[in-house]
Design a protein around this ligand. Structure first.
Ligand code: FAD
Ligand code: MLT
Ligand code: ZN
Length: 470
């Protein structure tokens, strides 16, 4: 082991191989606090060549490698297990924006660039990089690609896999695949870029990416809308699509329980509406500088919704600060759930047509499993994606932990019965790998294992994540 540590120090410099428990601590626990691992070392390479040297040295000594970006993942994929045998490979020092080409509509970045920095670089070039997540101030583009992250702009621009044109990847044996061509059209066989998107560090280490840019959307019309039910929200989605057309960029839902936690725990949060509502929708239209009339479109769509009974009240942002305040109500939910106490996350997708019935049926079913459990339901309803998260009955965190398995099984069985997915956007990581295998067909699991075996025959890249061992 000393030999490996010496090789790693030679590869990246002494200062970037961390072994002291205090230095390693933040890299071995995940954001949710449920996965506490141990590591042989944390290694922080500063270039693709250094990543390749690290991976090669680990391959030679048969040492597992866990790639890590901003460590904001929600399924435990970015932290090692408790064995203490793995090296955490952090991309945190690889933060260069390599090139911006506004005419081609591309930006080429190191994998460790923080998402907010990619957005800012695009904006400086007069373009938009549309991906937007609550964790955008600390998650990295490598982590976004590795998890095929979603977020609040998927409705208009698609998941991460729709925003990438090419990748640079260090393979499990230390070779570098340079796929950074950035071509819109390239039908030369299997799509290797897409193979690595969503692979959660199990097939290689993403070190660079060419991403798509879009025309800037400096104009926004934003409303926080009270809706009586999920069925009403789905109906409002249809109205918003009809009125908003291509400008509809956000359509997010939250239940009253979620907003009560935000009002209780987020400093400065204020309920923008006079009376409480069971459900809320954050709707936003976005357009270019010449797209006048977004406010009128929003008002007319809300007018139609009130008339149809699918909305009961709305607050329209009258300034950028008011817009930020409405967004904070939505983006703050994840954080305040943690402040409130024990949480159980279920990031599920359902066919949009089934969302309302599914949600109606789920509430009473969970009360049978754990009376008093609090569904904190929110998410990207325009994509059929609910964060069907649970908080413990007030003051009873241990009861939630004890009932976690039964609650999750009840939810996942209902998702499977509705032909949905148990991971819409967070991935499988360590939390969901076994469950996903049990809900997938044997053929699907075999194919996934075959891909893993072909690229990583020694099984050293992020073992235990995504594909459970046979
Ligand atoms: P990490 O957490 O470091 O790693 C995540 C996974 O990717 C791990 O399996 C890791 O091994 C792998 N990985 C990381 N970097 C690389 C690399 N360079 N090469 C290969 N593998 C790599 N997710 C959504 O999809 N939508 C949301 O709306 C959303 N909102 C969030 C809000 C909050 C407050 C938080 C804390 C998280 C949220 N997430 C969301 C989850 C998370 O932010 C995203 O999954 C993000 O993409 C993870 O990026 P990261 O750099 O932090 O990756
Ligand atoms: C979000 O959209 O806020 C997150 O993906 C949800 C979560 O933290 O569970
Ligand atoms: Zn989300």
């Amino acid at each position: 082991m000393t030999e490996l540590l010496d090789q790693l120090r030679t590869a990246v410099g002494d200062a970037h191989v961390l072994t002291e428990p205090a230095d390693v601590a933040a890299y071995v626990v995940d954001w949710t606090g449920t996965h506490q691992g141990r590591a042989l070392a944390v290694v922080r390479p500063g270039s693709t060549a250094e990543v390749a040297a690290v991976v090669r040295a680990c391959a030679e000594s048969r040492t597992p490698v866990v790639p890590q970006g901003g460590n904001t993942g929600l399924v435990g994929g970015g932290v090692p297990d408790a064995s203490g045998t793995a090296v955490v490979l952090s991309l945190g020092r690889m933060r260069s924006v390599r090139e911006v080409d506004p005419v081609a509509g591309t930006i080429t970045v190191d994998a460790g660039v923080v998402l907010a920095d990619v957005q800012a670089a695009a904006e400086r070039a007069g373009r938009l990089f549309p991906m937007s997540l609550g964790s955008e101030g600390s998650c990295t583009i490598g982590g976004n690609l590795a998890t095929n992250a979603g977020g609040t702009a998927v409705l208009r621009y698609g998941m991460t896999r729709e925003l990438v044109l090419g990748l640079e990847v260090v393979l499990p044996d230390g070779r570098v695949w340079d796929g950074l061509r950035g071509l819109r059209k390239d039908n030369t066989g299997y799509d290797l870029t897409q193979l690595f998107v969503g692979s959660e560090g199990t097939l290689g280490v993403i070190t660079g990416a060419v991403l798509r840019l879009f025309p800037a959307t400096p104009r926004h019309a934003t409303a926080w809308v009270a809706v009586p039910s999920v069925a009403a929200a789905v109906s409002l989605l249809g109205t918003a699509q009809q009125h908003g057309g291509v400008h509809l960029s956000t359509f997010e839902i939250a239940n009253r329980q979620a907003i009560e936690l935000v009002l209780a725990h987020l400093p400065g949060a204020v309920d923008p509406l006079a009376a409480p509502s069971e459900w809320y929708v954050l709707v936003e239209l976005a357009g270019s500088a010449s797209d006048e009339g977004l406010d009128e479109t929003l008002e007319s769509l809300l007018g139609d919704a009130v008339e149809a009974g699918t909305a009961t009240d709305a607050a329209i942002a009258g300034s950028p600060a008011q817009r930020d305040a409405l967004w904070a109500l939505r983006e703050g939910i994840s954080e305040v759930q943690k402040v409130e106490g024990a949480t159980l996350k279920h990031d599920v997708t359902l066919p949009i047509a089934d969302l309302a019935d599914w949600t109606e049926a789920m509430g009473p079913r969970l009360q049978e499993v754990l009376p008093g459990v609090r569904p904190v339901t929110y998410g990207h309803v325009g994509d059929g994606n609910l964060h069907y998260n649970l908080n413990a009955p007030v003051g009873r965190d241990d009861d939630l932990r004890a009932a976690a398995g039964d609650l999750t099984t009840a939810i996942y069985d209902a998702v499977a019965a509705a032909q949905g997915s148990i991971s819409a956007e967070h991935g499988l990581g360590r939390t969901k790998a076994a469950a996903a295998a049990s809900y997938k067909s044997d053929v699907e699991v075999d194919l996934m294992r075959a891909v893993k075996q072909a690229l990583d025959p020694a099984g050293l890249m992020n073992p235990g994540a995504v594909v459970p061992p046979a």
